[in-house]
Design a binder for this molecule. Structure first.
Ligand SMILES: Nc1ncnc2c1ncn2[C@@H]1O[C@H](COP(=O)(O)OP(=O)(O)OP(=O)(O)O)[C@@H](O)[C@H]1O
Ligand SMILES: [Mg+2]
Length: 258
């Protein structure tokens, strides 16, 4: 399929890929390359300009929108909350959830402790003109929402971008728990967030390149070995050396960004 915003240049051209159920797909690429656009196409926030997207063999346009979206739990890049209580924000998409279920989801998302410390706990009002939460707190509330929704497909758009290192590693563990048994699309700049990816899609100049995980796993092993020596975590692997060892196209930086 291909996609262009109205009056804009094409963001994706003749992109084609298949994701088996249960796969974890990492999506990488420079800012503005079209990563969020790609995931927005999956849930029909936008439709391809040409071509089709199929879910279980069926054109996504043939599903009722609510049925399609029920299959996805989404953590947006800049999560916004509704102007209501924390509990209702978590229960969005699962209106029948009990308070126990909401709290259990929050615990799994490592959000329970900070929520309990809010003035009215789970009943605190958030959103515009109410209590303001940090980006990381909002992300964790959205993560709790995803835990509660139990959808078979996950879309995580930079799920750890607003977190400091310590919180990030706790959330990364939570995300990995959430991903288990689900098909996941995860957009990330940090290699650590992608360590479970089976497949990496790189979006670049409108093209999609499929990079297999083999390279990535190897890069991570090398990074780990490096970390033993380098105190500040992560070192850039020399691209020329990498190419020499692993062939063309395998060059990866193993510092913070991909
Ligand atoms: N609603 C929109 N209308 C018009 N152009 C848009 C819209 N949303 C995104 N774009 C443009 O489409 C391109 C791809 O944007 P997208 O948000 O998918 O990039 P991204 O890879 O997610 O970037 P980032 O890493 O910064 O999140 C960019 O050039 C962006 O300016
Ligand atoms: Mg984006």
């Amino acid at each position: 399929m291909s996609f262009a915003y109205t009056d804009g240049p094409s963001v994706l051209r003749d992109a084609s890929f298949t994701v088996p159920a249960g796969t974890c797909v990492g999506i990488v690429g420079r800012t503005g390359s079209g990563k969020s656009t790609l995931t927005n196409l999956l849930v029909r926030l936008i439709d391809p300009t040409a071509g089709t997207i199929r879910l279980d063999g069926r054109d996504v346009r043939d599903y009722r929108l609510c049925d399609l979206r029920r299959q996805f739990a989404i953590m947006e890049q800049e999560p916004s909350l509704f102007s209501t209580t924390v509990a209702e924000n978590i229960a969005y998409g699962r209106a029948d959830a009990t308070r126990e279920e909401v709290e259990d989801a929050a615990r799994r998302a490592r959000a329970h402790d900070f929520i309990r410390e809010l003035p009215d706990g789970y009943d605190s009002l958030v959103g515009e003109r109410a209590l303001t939460l940090s980006g990381g707190e909002r992300q964790r509330i959205c993560l709790a929402r995803a835990f509660l929704k139990q959808a078979p497909i996950l879309i995580l758009d930079e799920p750890t971008s607003a977190l400091d290192r310590d919180t990030e590693s706790a959330i990364t563990d939570a995300i990995e728990e959430l991903m288990r048994g689900r098909t996941t699309f995860i957009i990330a700049h940090r290699l650590s967030t992608l360590r479970r990816a089976d497949l990496i899609l790189r979006v670049e100049d409108g093209q999609l390149q499929v990079e297999r995980r083999g390279n990535l796993a190897l890069a991570l092993d090398m990074a780990k070995a490096d970390q033993g020596a380098a105190a500040s975590g992560g070192r850039v692997i020399d691209a020329a050396q990498w190419t020499q060892q692993h062939g063309k196209g395998g060059a990866l930086r193993t510092s913070d960004t991909l």
